[in-house]
Design a protein around this ligand. Structure first.
Ligand SMILES: O=P(O)(O)OC[C@H]1O[C@](O)(COP(=O)(O)O)[C@@H](O)[C@@H]1O
Ligand SMILES: [Mg+2]
Ligand SMILES: [Mg+2]
Length: 299
């Protein structure tokens, strides 16, 4: 059981120790975020940088994570899906946060998550700069997935914020069974629709789509399969954000032996100058993601 205190070291910390503290703070904040959800199910006024209306819970989780992650010695920058600008909090690693992924699932009481990615460069960073990523999943239980030191681990997070590893050296199952794709079907480009029809006709595959990327990705990590929020007619970059969603899930899935793509290349090779830039996201078993690139190349 990990119970490491995240109290602040006064001396410069090694990157590995800072990453451990970021993971620890993320886990120990998860029960507080979870407890804060029932009373924060309303939308707030205004829009976030992606032009979406946040819920009170998005803002609450973001404030809590900024306060706690920003307090870790060795963290230099904090950026969140809910904030226009990067916040300077010290010197050291950069942290990007999607405080609540899938917050539209709050009202119907479905799964949501918190996504954290750590970069060894100022923001906006590139996929090459990522040094660790983690997500918390607020499902029937609270779990956390981390990718650090080249290995993926799943933890159960207890109500007091301590956590136990339940799956170590996690890799994608070799016989995938689940798929889920976002966006309105009429907005899919023809080549992507053709790919999906092939997946649907494979009788070993079944549809699992919940509307929270991190919940859907977690099904893929558990059962093997493919998740995508694709390029759409009219919005070729899709919906998901590179820094806050694309890089962390790409890093986690690739560390688990899978593949991630923007439709042409690995998500980790996507380069965008803008902090809130979007990208199509396809992740899962290589045998299922590579054919997406082949289909889209036909367009
Ligand atoms: O509601 P839509 O358009 O199907 O979009 C679902 C997608 O949007 C997201 O909710 C976007 O993330 P946020 O909730 O963090 O904005 C993803 O989790 C999910 O895959
Ligand atoms: Mg999100
Ligand atoms: Mg979000």
């Amino acid at each position: 059981m990990a119970t490491e205190e995240s109290s602040l070291p006064t001396e410069a910390s090694s990157a590995a120790s800072v990453i451990d503290q970021i993971v620890d703070v993320t886990a120990r904040t998860a029960p507080d975020i979870r407890q804060g959800l029932p009373t924060r199910r309303k939308y707030v006024e205004g829009e976030n940088p992606s032009g979406e209306r946040p819920m009170e819970a998005d803002v609450f989780a973001d404030d809590l994570l900024l306060e706690r992650i920003g307090d870790i010695a060795g963290v230099g920058e904090y950026a969140s899906e809910e904030r226009e600008e990067v916040i300077g909090v010290g010197a050291g690693l950069s942290v990007c946060v999607d405080p609540l992924d899938g917050s539209s699932n709050l009202k119907p009481n479905n799964t949501m998550g918190t996504i954290v990615s750590v970069y060894d460069a100022p923001l906006p960073a590139t996929g090459d700069d990522i040094v660790a990523a983690a997500y918390v999943l607020y499902g029937a239980t609270t779990t956390m997935i981390t990718a650090r030191d080249g290995t993926v681990t799943e933890y159960v997070v207890h109500p007091d914020g301590t956590y136990d590893a339940v799956r170590e050296d996690l890799t994608l199952p070799e016989d995938p069974t689940v798929y889920g794709f976002g966006g309105r079907v009429p907005d899919w480009v023809d080549s992507f629709e053709a790919y999906v029809r092939e997946i649907e006709s494979d009788d070993s595959m079944k549809l699992r789509y919940g509307g929270s990327m991190i919940g859907d990705v977690n099904q893929v990590l558990t059962y093997g399969g493919v998740f995508g929020y694709p390029t759409l007619k009219g919005t070729p970059e899709g919906k998901l954000r590179v820094q806050f969603e694309g890089y962390p899930v790409g890093h986690i899935v690739e560390t688990a032996g899978g593949y991630s793509s923007d439709g042409e290349k690995s998500l980790m090779d996507v380069e965008k100058d803008e902090l809130h830039a979007r990208t199509p996201v396809y992740v899962g078993n290589e045998s299922l993601v590579e054919p997406i690139e082949a289909h889209l190349a036909d367009d």
